[in-house]
Design a protein around this ligand. Sequence first.
Ligand code: FA5
Length: 344
Amino acid sequence: MQEQLLKLRDEALAQVQEATDLKMVNQVRVSYLGKKGPITEVLRGMGKLSPEERPKIGSLANEVREAIATEIAKKQQQLEQEEVEKKLSAETIDVTLPGRPSRMGNRHPLTAVIEEIEDLFIGMGYTVEEGPEVETDYYNFEALNLPKGHPARDMQDSFYITDEVLMRTHTSPVQARTLEKFKGQGPVKIICPGKVYRRDDDDATHSHQFTQIEGLVVDENIRMSDLKGTLEVFAKKMFGEDREIRLRPSFFPFTEPSVEVDVSCFSCGGDGCNVCKGTGWIEILGAGMVHPNVLEMAGFDSKKYSGFAFGMGPERIAMLKYGIDDIRHFYTNDVRFLNQFKQA
Ligand code: FA5
């Protein structure tokens, strides 16, 4: 029995040595040290031994078991270590390699122009208001002196959702909403940037969805000269100190008098060229003195208060500023176009 145990030990140790992975080591453990293994088998036959032999064989069996278990543990540790080293060498990072440059995005040119205009007016003491893009007929038209059936509603072909709800056709409804919020108490001095929607056919200068920036100032003694001075500052800051503006009579139901504002052509300086179609001037916005009806409907006393309002299209302004020849470039997101506006 002694010989049998020593033979088993040698066999097991040899198998442990030969094992090349943890699975093989585990197999040796199960087959030699498991409950159904040969050592347990030997121990079961100890009953047949003499009482003198029994403790000797018992302690030899324990020694054999321990020797095998120790070798298995050593081999496991060695294989695990090898595994770790293999992984580490496979995953080595060469810190001397040059890094991959990460691609930086940039602000959309339209966003940049809107923010530039916002900053300019905030600098003149205006605050920024917002209004809903899905608007009621009341705020989009009626509160702006455009009752149902008014022919001027046709100037802005609308996307109606129901009879009373539509996609706003301009940012002017924010005028009416803001005036209501002020409950007849001036001064009011706001700008409102936002998206607007019209059933216009898309072409180089028109889009069915575009942006506008509305401006509104209401206080005592606000005059047309305040509007002109404000727009002059705006045009010079936006297009250069040598720019001039020109006011032409126009019509908007919510302003009286109404004007269309032109800026002297940035390309030819006013002599006439392709960009300004030979006139020397380029239209940038609509404006006027707030109609007394609009003030009264929102709860302002039109005898005490007066005001001016303007509405501009940032796309057209960005086109003029950067010489962009088609409004659709803003919406097709061609990176070759967008990358030209990377900030330094
Ligand atoms: C208005 O929308 C008035 N609410 C502006 C206003 C506000 C007048 C306050 C008086 C007082 P108009 O329809 O002209 O006006 O549009 C204003 C600007 O929006 C235009 O000068 C133009 O720059 C831009 N615009 C108009 N239609 C389009 C379009 N389809 N695509 C791109 N820009 C447009």
